[in-house]
Design a protein around this ligand. Structure first.
Ligand SMILES: Cc1cc2nc3c(=O)[nH]c(=O)nc-3n(C[C@H](O)[C@H](O)[C@H](O)COP(=O)(O)O)c2cc1C
Length: 196
């Protein structure tokens, strides 16, 4: 059965650039026969966090939260497309992730960072690593880092230039690493209930 991979992206800007990386990743995982889906926080339009999903009485969460919770529970692995704002995490994506907790548990996550500058969102990636670990995901050691995001894709969304070429070189190992852990977690879930 193909791995179900959710690709999360959280910029709300009108001129957002990272969407090209997120869409590239959906295509690249699909080409490897994964069942990959983009989860675009802006398109979903969650409100700023008030009650977490689990704080709603069972069956009474807003439909948008209920649908996303189910998607997260059904996934084998997650990819966080992490842009960098002022050396930190983009608020739109953090807002989305904070609505959930147990729904994320016992699956691997990978970080694909990007930024306009040459550090490629490395500081946001570092922040996400701790956050995702705290939220019960196993963060794989392979990562992607795309600098100069505004020039890394052509008008058709294909990787281009130095940053684009570097992304294409790095993607296979990144995807192999995530697939290995996704399979390991899937087997273990079938073998034994999680400890809590
Ligand atoms: C509020 C804000 C803060 C930013 N801070 C950083 C930063 O700390 N490091 C960096 O390399 N780029 C920074 N940038 C530039 C972003 O990397 C660039 O605008 C990128 O395209 C943002 O992602 P998005 O287009 O998907 O929203 C910042 C941009 C914004 C809007």
């Amino acid at each position: 059965m193909p791995h179900r991979i959710l690709i999360f992206y959280g910029s709300y800007r009108a001129d957002r650039q990272g969407i090209k990386l997120a869409e590239y990743l959906v295509r690249a995982f699909a080409e490897r026969s994964a069942d990959a889906e983009l989860v675009d926080a802006k398109a979903i339009g969650l409100p700023m966090l008030d009650r977490m999903y689990k704080e709603h009485p069972a069956g009474e969460a807003p439909p948008v939260l209920e649908a996303l919770a189910e998607k997260i529970r059904q996934a084998d692995a997650f990819v966080f497309v992490a842009g960098e704002y002022n050396w930190g995490i983009q608020p739109g994506l953090k807002n989305l992730t904070d609505h959930f907790l147990e729904e994320w548990f016992w699956r691997p996550a990978a970080i694909a960072s990007y930024s306009a500058g040459r550090f490629a969102g490395a500081r946001a990636a570092l922040a996400w690593h701790g956050t995702l670990s705290e939220m019960g995901m196993v963060v794989v050691s392979s990562s992607l880092a795309v600098g100069g995001i505004g020039r890394a894709f052509d008008s058709d969304g294909a990787p281009t230039g130095e940053s684009g070429a570097s992304l294409e070189r790095a993607f296979p190992r990144f995807a192999d690493d995530l697939a290995w852990w996704a399979e390991a977690a899937r087997s273990q879930r079938a073998r034994a209930n999680p400890p809590y």
